[in-house]
Design a protein around this ligand. Sequence first.
Ligand code: PHE
Length: 451
Amino acid sequence: MSQSPKHHRGQFTSSFGFILAAAGSAIGLGNLWKFPYVAGNSGGGFFIVFYFLFALILGVPIMLAEMSIGRKTELNPIGAFQKLNKKWTFVGVLCCVCAFIILSYYSVVGGWVLKYIFAYLTGGNFGTDTSAYFGNFISSAFEPAIWHIIFMAFCALVVIGGVAKGIEKASKFMLPCLFILIVVVAIRSVTLPGGMEGVKFLLVPKFDAIGSLRELSNVMVLAMGQIFFSLSLGLGIAITYGSYLKKDSNLQKDAFVIVGLDTLMAVLSGLAILPAVFAFGFAPTAGPGLIFETLPSVFDSMPLGIVFGLLFFILVFFAAATSAIALLEVVAAYFIDHFRWSRIKATVLMAFVMGVIGIFASLSMGPLAGFTIGGMNLFDAMGFLTDKILMPIGAFCICIFVGYVWGVDKVAAEVQHHGVKFHILRFFNVCIKYIAPALILVILVMGLIPA
Ligand code: PHE
């Protein structure tokens, strides 16, 4: 096709579309199952205050740094670093490799969500033991792998549609639906008799959780780690999406709005999930168990539970899909920019390779459970490598690169396009050069020390 390079890559049609796509990439399973549980168990209101604080001092600056790199270079993460400073190309490679690994296992979880939607559509019968139902399902050989492939294929279809007609359009539908659904479920949940216990668990500050210095620092590190994961920082998603922005967009405002929406979604998830869990006398458990084992029992005890269960899993699907689409776009964009592959070729090929790796991740919870890396099955090992190691390293390198190599003045020039005033320039400068790198090192070290 005789298109200019820019059109070949695609562009968001509006700032609103970009914000929804970027917020969609951030809002995911981390908001829905991890935040409510971690917040409640680690100081309640205290955790939430730290979370807001780190959203401001870590989230906004790193998001803004990534977006500036993207909009400046109009390239994928690898191309972007290569263009700005060849020696730093490795950071882009790190981003893309990390996105690649995450999507390979994230899509498996996306498949579980599809299976639960299907189960609710066909009567919502999870038997008397919802934990056994979940355990049997994820450890079987074929079914979870097939749902994972369906999930990956769905994401590929959206990405093939392109930036404006695929990603932006899908986000404009899925993200507003997600917010409406979570508000509906939260209202139902908070108004259940006994639901207030859950609200208290989430919001009331618990002094005993921060009694000693050691406990206080644990809560802070958990809040930092959660901000990181929740905003999907250090993976080049905001570089990639930023590269499709028009030059007249306001990066500073967009960064605040995206971080704000993600934080709002985390709190709303807590209000949707915890009151219902407490109202029916269940305990908020860690990890996937909360969504896939406890919640089906909760919905089962609730009037119209099948309807709320279905709505809930549809919203989880929207949250997971918008994140997965962003990961696929990061990886595909490299092949589109660098090798000039067509969008369809890059997307199909990458989705296929990650699909195959994902099948092994899925099997590692069943037939291949005997194969372990450092005592973890493949699925857990991939999660550990990305969340605890690659994402913090990626974000650390981005801070150092922006603070000391590329230069804060370049970010300022990018932000100040079209007469935008860079209100937070000094704040940004201090955060990106000193505060964020130091905090990320703490996250990295603490994440590697066994709890
Ligand atoms: N930010 C996503 C969430 O909150 C998780 C995620 C991390 C997704 C990294 C993609 C990449 O669930």
